[in-house]
Unconditional design. Structure first.
Length: 255
């Protein structure tokens, strides 16, 4: 089995804002376009024009309707992008029998060495987030690379050295940076908005963070939004550990 490196100082990852994500799938499409000729190429498509199209997608978006339990009829649509979280204690790495799945010590990114992968799927069974993608045509496992062939590409302007999903998001719901640096923009954003880990009780310590959706004026918050104190109380409630949105997503992913 593969061992993890010592805890990394630099932790590159994503911060995803569930409040501003509109579920347009632009991130998934641009990810597919970039990576189908990138580090993990090709990203196989199976019957793309058939009745049951399938294939390898590093980024998938799920949409849910959340209904308030506080008597309000107003609901809330939450779009939930899902990809590899590049966990500090990545179970997908430690179960790999060949060392194909590994975590880089220089930036904390979890990758797959296709030359070593035997397609046993142990990593996909170990990942509770469903982030691994098996390429049936290639016979190997594939996953998000945070676009390492893009973020370190010195031929690109510095402002473009971000993952493809971040560069294309029309709502600016995706942010990229070093979450190991408390002074970075993404770390400050997580602190300001109460960013959370997905399914923290499992102990995998995902690097990527989610920013919970803010309450609606007459929806989940159960108040009219006109009182500043009420609004602050509602915001505090929705970013707490009892956040119904994230708890519901946890239950779905745990099935």
């Amino acid at each position: 089995m593969t061992t993890l490196p010592r805890p990394t100082t630099k932790k590159l990852g994503l911060v995803i804002d569930l409040d501003t994500c509109v579920g347009c799938h632009a991130c998934a499409v641009n990810c597919k376009e970039w990576n189908t000729s990138g580090h993990m190429a090709p990203l196989t498509d199976l019957e793309p024009y058939g009745y049951e199209p399938d294939g390898v997608w590093f980024n998938r978006i799920h949409s849910y309707e959340l209904v308030s339990d506080q008597g309000s009829k107003a609901g809330q649509t939450v779009h939930f992008p899902r990809s590899c979280l590049h966990c500090e204690n990545a179970a997908c790495v430690t179960v790999c029998p060949t060392g194909a799945s590994y975590k880089r010590i220089e930036d904390g990114i979890v990758l797959v060495d296709e030359d070593k992968c035997i397609g046993c799927k142990l990593c996909s069974w170990a990942c509770p987030y469903g982030a691994r993608e098996f390429d049936a045509e290639q016979g190997v496992m594939k996953k998000c690379t945070l676009c390492i062939d893009r973020i370190y590409n010195e031929n690109l302007p510095e402002q473009e050295r971000v993952p493809a999903c971040v560069s294309t998001c029309p709502a600016s719901a995706r942010h990229f940076g070093d979450l190991g640096n408390s002074d970075s923009e993404v770390s400050k954003l997580v602190a300001e908005r109460g960013g959370v880990d997905l399914m923290p009780e499992l102990g995998y310590q995902p690097t990527n963070k989610y920013l919970p959706p803010r309450p609606r004026r007459n929806g989940l918050s159960g108040n009219n939004g006109g009182n500043g104190n009420n609004g602050n109380a509602a915001l505090s409630a929705i970013v707490s550990k009892e956040n119904p949105v994230l708890h519901w997503i946890d239950r779905v992913l745990s099935r």
